[in-house]
Design a protein. Structure first.
Lengths: 255, 255
């Protein structure tokens, strides 16, 4: 590998063959030397899960002129095993995605794509998760890949604050309709769950998790607002979950 | 059920038969009407994973004089299905644990126990995750159950700030050695991963995820400090991951 180009670790949660990661690999090859370590199957909704009760496998996959690495574990497992077993040195950048589907607002919590980026931040690597607001396997990643390049270059130039990574979402509209990039906060929102109850051929109940997304936030400084108004949303995202403002009040409790 | 007692949802990540959740059930029965919905098998390290690519099952389990509910999914699935399919109304309190092993500092991110509590907070339920700093199945939960009762009563009395739950860890020492309860912040820390590489009987490599915990924080206001000094640690924990202080600086980037 060249010693002058940045070393970029690429992962995702949709699996190593997903169109989203292929678009990201192409975009990152224009910027640096890439190493791909991604799940061997879809791992959506895995959050920050790690594999501790079973074992992991690694397989080499040759595609796009690269020897890539498929891992049997979660997105966070991929980051950890890449650092310990695959990368020649700590990478200059970690990018995750491009996810098929939005990871804005509360979805950051459930997202394997973003958990990989958060794990990168924990490890001290400048890290970005990219998601396109379109779940389809046929989605057009042109605009998303364009902004992935711009934002990745900015992170390489500026670095990232300690303990912070970026949650980038791209609206599902053509490049010329996108108005620009907005740095914003995570919108307050939730999923109102609606389990779909069915019966198997033996008469026993089973359930599919489904839900309705509820935006509880009317602010115009949120990622939801940005996306609804055709901006790319960039939320600086941290793994210090302490609610610092609550500490003072709670010190009055009698415990 | 009585209408005057608080309704308490209990879950965990070690599974519905783990000694830790049994101790928590006993402690909560003294305070309110309990409903138990917990994983049917160990789900440690599942973080905020949800089950979207497969189906869920629910089974009734009769133990400790209760009809409880075992779920085939993750801790977060348990909270979601309890709300939609099992509970008669929104509960007054959600408690998760008592986990076999610490969930202090960065472990909050990987913890199924804490993700169940965070999911409760997202749903607007006052929620607490409890963890004992001892991984053993034989651990003594006496002190942990004692403090679970005290802290649960405090949360029922005071309520919780919007968007916040509690991460409570109990040191593994007898009750009379514990010096009290400290409200603190999440210590900056990480796991330095060390994959244990082995070969299967067919000569193919596989890996176990292991690691060394590294405390990067010398503050005396952290959960790690509290636990090392025989205090129960209580960290108010939020699901707004926005790094608010980073927003201003990033607005200067050229994107």
């Amino acid at each position: 590998m060249s010693t002058t180009k940045p070393l970029i670790l690429i992962t995702n949660d949709d699996g190593i063959t997903a169109p989203g990661i292929r678009a990201l690999v192409t975009a990152m090859k224009a910027i640096g030397d890439v190493v791909v370590v991604a799940p061997d199957k879809p791992q959506s909704g895995m959050g920050h899960a790690i594999t501790i009760n079973s074992t992991l496998r690694l397989y080499e996959v040759k595609q796009d002129g690269l020897t890539e690495h498929a891992c049997s574990g979660t997105p966070v497992d991929c980051v950890k095993i890449a650092i310990d077993k695959i990368l020649p040195r700590k990478p200059d950048l970690l990018v995750s995605g491009i996810n098929h589907g939005a990871n804005s607002s509360i979805n950051v919590i459930y997202s394997g794509t973003m958990s990989a980026a958060v794990e990168g931040a924990i490890e001290g690597i400048p890290s970005i998760g990219f998601s396109l607001c379109n779940y389809s396997i046929e989605a057009d990643f042109t605009a998303a890949a364009h902004f992935a390049g711009i934002i990745a270059k900015n992170v390489l130039d500026h670095g990232m604050p300690d303990g912070v990574c970026l949650n980038v979402n791209i609206p599902d509209v053509p490049l010329d309709i996108i108005k620009g990039v907005k740095v914003c906060r995570q919108a307050k929102s939730m999923w109102h769950e609606e389990f779909d109850e069915r019966k198997d051929p033996y008469g026993r109940k089973y359930y599919w998790l489904t839900g309705k997304f509820v935006n509880l936030d009317s602010g115009d400084d949120t990622d939801q607002w940005a996306l609804e108004n055709n901006y790319v949303s960039v939320v600086p995202t941290q793994f210090d979950l302490t609610a610092h403002t609550a500490i003072k009040d709670m010190k009055k409790w009698e415990m």
